[in-house]
Design a protein around this ligand. Sequence first.
Ligand SMILES: C[S@@+](CC[C@H](N)C(=O)[O-])C[C@H]1O[C@@H](n2cnc3c(N)ncnc32)[C@H](O)[C@@H]1O
Length: 283
Amino acid sequence: MQFHITTQLPYTQDDFKLIRDAIYEYSGIHISHDYQGIFMRRLERRVTALGMESFHEYYYHLKYTQGNQDEFRNLMDVITIKETYFFREVDQMKTLINEIIPVLQQEKQRETIKIWSAGCATGEEAYTLAMLCIEKGLHVGSSRVEIFANDISQEAIHKAKQGVYRQTSFRTTDSSYLTRFFIPQPDGSYKIHDDVKEPLKFFCINLQDKNRLTFLPMFDAIFCRNLIIYFNDESKQKVIDSFYQKLLPKGYLFLGHSESLINFTHLFKLQHFQHSLVYQRSA
Ligand SMILES: C[S@@+](CC[C@H](N)C(=O)[O-])C[C@H]1O[C@@H](n2cnc3c(N)ncnc32)[C@H](O)[C@@H]1O
């Protein structure tokens, strides 16, 4: 039996594997062996907060206590990596707004374009889309453009709904956006204007939970960036299948710069736009 000393509480490889597999089953997040030390240190905070004395005890609580879905939800707040910021990989958003939406509006003669920020973390991605739409003269709300955003972390969604951000979220934000769309707060943070915030629909949903996804409408575009890097091929496949189901024919899927579907599925084709490459669902 091998013990590791990266945590105050000792753990075995079996403890790690059992909890890792339970997390994978629930969320699709694959925790690699290299990340084990950091993961167990994060997890330890949750175990001790619950007053438990071992990872083993925690595993049984997670798996077998009635209402364990609540604990899975709490666990997601602890283990997910919610790194994000405003205007991240903004060229893709500009492609949607300047090149794709005008064509959709002409072709489909529809009132509303629906966009989904899947795995939005604390909301910066969804708010950036909203600001760029407003800047372009598009009405964000029940007509023209509707923006939905979800994350598995309830804490992240709570923060997104509050819409209050610190400097680190603005690392690539032009100050003109801060002036136009945010209200400075006495503690140095910035609060997004209510008229940008109110029309956005934030909700806590696990992308691996197909049943909950059925309640979502069909989308013209999905942004799912910097998320499937945490999935293995099996969970990536599940989520890509769900996006296929939730995208209108010829709808667009935006992945992060380090993520790709090459040699993975024939359901999407890579399309070249002026400043970005975007996956398009088959018709
Ligand atoms: C690194 S952040 C990316 C945020 C944003 N998309 C961006 O690119 O800036 C990844 C987010 O994916 C969320 N996530 C991971 N697995 C998920 C799942 N199964 N369902 C929904 N969200 C998930 C995490 O909670 C985290 O907030």
